[in-house]
Design a protein around this ligand. Structure first.
Ligand SMILES: NC(=O)c1ccc[n+]([C@@H]2O[C@H](COP(=O)([O-])OP(=O)(O)OC[C@H]3O[C@@H](n4cnc5c(N)ncnc54)[C@H](OP(=O)(O)O)[C@@H]3O)[C@@H](O)[C@H]2O)c1
Length: 291
């Protein structure tokens, strides 16, 4: 079922950069109201100004929120409900990744990632989808990833969060079928945003440039697919080809291929950590030595 942007009230998480920022810019001329959610208020204010410049009639709400904080999330939902009752469109876009051996990872960071990429998405979706079904209209776009459909060692928890999101969204879409509510998901390959900087990339694992899209291209494809009511949006031709062949590949072959580089990356990570520890030791020694 098609999603109507015209006159819609939209809640967009992760609006302060990357794909979310671009979605906001592309939605601005077409919707009536938009609530921008992320932690960095200054960035949201900058975006607010930009959107008002694009569409003077647009109602913009800046709602700074750390979505990993359950109490803050509760407050966020309450203020959306107070203002709008229920939004017409919810876009769960906020998320981050983590790279490296699971055994060496910072568990607290991984748990926050699960809270953001999985729990907060479930929470916001649950909060509004029932009201959308009751009303008989609405749209929810979940920003998953190509990793929702495949896997790569060194990204275990991130892949896990996106596989959850992909399966969750497929099921939810079927549950609300025929109720006037469209549930779609976006599964991008690599997109040039702050994602890599936040995720970190100490081992130089760079995806082929052929696959990389700009945030603007990704957002355009996302909104076009969502508006058409597509179940799964795979932005970029090469990403679609890759996902097609990944889907055709037997699991054992995929396991073998993705496992090929693990021992190399294990060595790289241990060497990287040793170099870091060495640099730290040298710094401590030089700070402690008399000048
Ligand atoms: N870029 C890629 O290659 C790629 C590929 C596949 C899927 N994706 C997915 O696309 C989505 C958007 O990522 P992006 O590439 O646009 O990355 P990005 O530029 O780093 O944007 C991430 C957004 O999430 C927000 N965010 C992070 N932690 C948050 C928190 N605790 N509470 C509220 N908001 C938070 C950030 O805002 P603040 O820091 O201001 O809070 C920012 O607006 C993510 O779900 C990501 O997993 C990205």
């Amino acid at each position: 079922m098609r999603v109507r942007f015209s006159g819609a009230k939209v809640v967009l998480t992760g609006a302060s950069s990357g794909i979310g920022w671009e979605m906001a810019r592309q939605l601005a001329p077409r919707v009536a109201s938009i609530a921008l959610v992320a932690r960095r208020e200054s960035r949201l204010r900058e975006l607010e100004e930009l959107l008002r410049g694009q569409n003077a009639q647009l109602e913009v709400k800046v709602l700074p929120c750390d979505l990993t904080d359950r109490a803050a999330r509760e407050q966020l939902c309450a203020s959306i409900e107070e203002a709008w009752g229920c939004p017409d469109i919810l876009i769960n876009n906020a998320g981050y990744g983590d790279v490296g051996l699971f055994e060496r990872a910072d568990l607290a960071r991984l748990l926050r990632m699960v809270e953001l990429n999985v729990i907060s998405v479930m929470d916001l979706t649950h909060r509004f989808v029932g009201k959308m079904v009751e009303r008989g209209s609405g749209g929810i776009l979940q920003v998953s990833s190509g990793f929702g459909l495949t896997w790569l060692p060194m990204f275990a928890t991130y892949v896990g969060t996106k596989q959850f999101l992909t399966s969750f969204t497929e099921c939810l879409r079927l549950e609300v079928r025929g109720k006037g509510v469209t549930v779609s998901q976006l599964c991008p390959g690599p997109v040039a945003t702050e994602f890599e900087q936040v995720t970190g990339n100490p081992f130089g694992m760079s995806p082929p440039k052929l696959l990389e899209l700009s945030a603007e291209q990704c957002a355009r494809s996302a909104l076009r697919g969502f508006e058409k009511g597509k179940a799964m949006i795979l932005p970029g031709f090469f990403n679609r080809v890759l996902m097609f062949f990944t889907g055709m590949t037997p699991r054992w072959l995929h396991r073998w291929a993705t496992g090929l580089s693990v021992s190399r990356f294990r060595k790289k990570q241990l060497a990287f950590e040793a170099a870091q520890a060495d640099a730290q030791r040298k710094q401590t020694t030089s700070e402690g030595s008399p000048s």
